[in-house]
Ligand binder design. Structure first.
Ligand SMILES: Cc1ncc(COP(=O)(O)O)c(C=O)c1O
Length: 392
């Protein structure tokens, strides 16, 4: 059996998304900047996609700036704040995605803006009174805090953080890559100035996403070369990707309640299965709770001689998940997120399992059994024949 539980890394494209994109590969190929009918056709497709996305997020279409994905959108938000909005300080969390951390660090090194970390409470959430104190003093500031953490599923309260920012005239960027399309974000009421989306996390194509920019905020281009995207991003638009992104957003929003119910039940099944079959199992940053991202479960496996190989052994069993630590030049480095949240325990191993609307109960059961079997907690061994039977 092949089980894909790494949906926070990327998701398979849905057939409807592919179908929506196909006509724009051969049939409608004009450069959207061309004024002839070929160009007008594709320009119209881009603007229709922008309008469809904006309608679902309750924001003006002009607030959507298409980018090559979440990383570029994060970079653009920080760039816009520093270079065009006069922010001289960036406040962020140590558990942010590296698209934010590394960009903030670069501004710190080049002197564009100072960077500082926002204190967190012991659950990993922004300490709102500390943020309030920090913002009461100092230069114009950009606060960048992600909505749902990609590794541990911790959800930050964007309303509360945004309202502290508004009180002090600070700008607020949220990396919403792991929540856009999974939660019904309404940008007409959410107090954010910038928000980031990536299509491939919601069954859309890779290499496309957008930055939401609150109406009225002036943003110049990080990528120079043309006046596309209202001069916010130069370069011929990724027409095929944009059409796919719009379709992915439509499918995500239309089926949201049903998907959420389905995935929540699967996650609960996996938590219960693991707790029942592996003594000492724990879940990092309470990712097993209902208030965490329903798509992400970060499991802390108890000390075991096979721990170092667990992800690899699961892969051999057909189960794809992701490690809480990245391997560079052969030496495992602890995840910066787990370290920031004080969850790194060298004796245990952390693995992230992440789900999608396409995940099935049978896949969850198989994964729980595979974990238990590898760690020697399962007496009933599944034979290759049984496995073949399951696959058929
Ligand atoms: C929270 C978060 N932000 C940003 C990104 C980067 O998005 P992309 O792969 O579209 O550049 C990711 C993807 O891993 C993510 O999980």
């Amino acid at each position: 059996m092949k089980v894909y539980l790494d949906n926070a890394a990327t998701t398979p494209m849905l057939p409807q998304v592919v179908d929506a994109m196909l006509p724009f590969m051969c049939e409608h190929f004009g450069n959207p900047s061309s004024s002839h009918s070929f160009g007008r056709k594709t320009k119209t497709a881009i603007e229709q996609s922008r309008r469809a996305i904006a309608a679902r997020l309750h924001c003006p279409p002009s607030s959507i700036c298409f980018t090559s994905g979440g990383t570029e959108a994060d970079n653009l938000a920080l760039y816009a704040a520093v270079e065009h909005q006069g922010c001289r300080r960036i406040l962020t969390l140590p558990s942010e995605h590296s698209a934010v951390i590394k960009t903030a660090e670069r501004y710190g090194q080049t002197g564009g803006a100072t960077c500082a970390l926002i204190p967190m409470d012991d659950t990993g959430h922004v300490n709102l009174s500390a943020l309030d104190e920090l913002l009461a003093d100092g230069p114009k500031t950009l606060v960048s805090v992600m909505h749902g953490n990609n590794e541990v599923g911790l959800i930050q309260d964007l309303n509360a953080i945004g309202s502290v920012c508004r009180t002090h005239g600070a700008l607020f960027h949220s990396d919403t890559v792991q929540t856009m399309g999974h939660y019904p974000l309404d940008l007409s009421v959410l107090p954010v100035d910038f928000a980031t989306c990536s299509a491939h996390k919601i069954h859309g194509p890779k290499g496309i996403g957008f930055l939401y920019v609150r109406e009225g905020l002036k943003v110049g281009a990080l990528i120079l070369g043309g006046s596309q995207e209202r001069a916010m991003r130069g370069g011929t638009e990724n027409l095929i990707g944009i059409v796919g992104l719009a379709e992915a957003i439509k499918l995500a929003f239309d089926g949201h309640e049903e998907h959420e119910k389905h995935v929540r039940a699967l996650k609960r099944r996996m938590v219960e299965g693991l707790v029942k079959s592996i003594p000492g199992i724990q879940f990092n940053v309470q990712s097993d709770r209902d208030y965490a991202l329903y798509t992400v479960l970060n499991v802390s496996f108890p000390p075991h001689r096979k721990n170092g190989m667990l992800m690899f052994l699961l892969d051999l069993e057909g189960v794809a998940c992701s490690g809480g630590s990245a391997c560079s030049s052969g030496s495992p480095r602890p995840s910066h997120v787990l370290e920031a949240l004080n969850c790194h325990d060298p004796k245990r191993v952390a693995l992230r399992f992440s789900f999608s609307r396409l995940t099935t109960e049978a896949e969850i059961d198989y994964t729980v059994e595979a974990c238990a079997r590898i760690l020697g907690h399962l007496t009933q061994v599944i034979t290759p024949e049984e496995n073949r039977h399951r696959e058929s």
